[in-house]
Ligand binder design. Sequence first.
Ligand SMILES: Nc1nc2c(c(=O)[nH]1)N[C@H]1C(S)=C(S)[C@@H](COP(=O)(O)O)O[C@H]1N2
Ligand SMILES: [Mo]
Length: 315
Amino acid sequence: MLIRRQSSIRPSEITSREVYLNRRSLMMGAGAAGITAALPNGPASAAQLRFTKSPFSTSEEPTPLEDVTSYNNYYEFGVDKGDPAANAHTLTTKPWTVAVDGLVSRPTTFHVEDLLKTVTLEERIYQLRCVEGWSMVIPWVGFPLSDVLHRVEPLGSAKYVAFETLLRPEEMPGQTGLFQALEWPYVEGLRLDEALHPLTILAVGLYGDMLPNQNGAPIRLIVPWKYGFKSIKSIVRISLVEKQPETSWNRQNPREYGFYSNVNPEVDHPRWSQATERPIGEGGLFAKRKPTLLFNGYAEEVAHLYAGMDLRANF
Ligand SMILES: Nc1nc2c(c(=O)[nH]1)N[C@H]1C(S)=C(S)[C@@H](COP(=O)(O)O)O[C@H]1N2
Ligand SMILES: [Mo]
């Protein structure tokens, strides 16, 4: 397992912290000048992005790139943590379109390449808390989901946003075979106000480069105050809808995974406590667990969205 994982990581992906920090300070300069274009595609590590710094970033130390790109959940490529890094290189991410449709005035199919020319990319260093009880700190590069939603002009009847991952069994080995962990395509959803919240982003990169395939290339959702499975990868469709949409993990086990899935140390998973988490990249399995925070530490920004709601009933 360890051997397979190591051999699947290109040496170019293993950026030392020092190199990353130098590169980051260089790019901060470029971003501040207002340049927002993405460089041409190629191997992930060769396609650096330009972005500005965001006040929404945490000051926590980012998890090493090596861990961020080798310890993944992406069931379309297998259920083991090393499977996505080993298998996701088969995915063709160019060309790629995202259809934004449903209850909107201007349904639009965006080409990711074109979209990148018209958005202002920001680096958002966010906490990621998986429902399984581990966490990372990841420097994403992306832009607010609201940018795209505003462009299609949601109708008054739109109350929720539904997201869909690519369905392509030819390139996604987890979507074929006898054992199917989930129903495909992977689907997720947010309430419209959650989707429009400034912390909610579409990420196209991490650590300054284009997203590696195992992290959801070329475009994925990041909702930092919710358990990681809400942050759906490799999105092909975003639909504005009236009713609460179905979501993959809720469909699979509604007792264990709710629609909201806000990080909450006081609402345990039926099979384990959610009070603490194991930071990945800090001493492996022997890392000291740290307390999990309400809304993953983003309570000040998002608690108002749930005012008056019973967070136990709406888990
Ligand atoms: N399409 C899709 N999106 C997905 C998943 C998945 O299996 N398929 N796993 C989720 C889970 S459980 C987590 S914790 C995060 C992990 O993101 P990362 O691998 O970039 O850290 O992706 C989420 N998005
Ligand atoms: Mo997760």
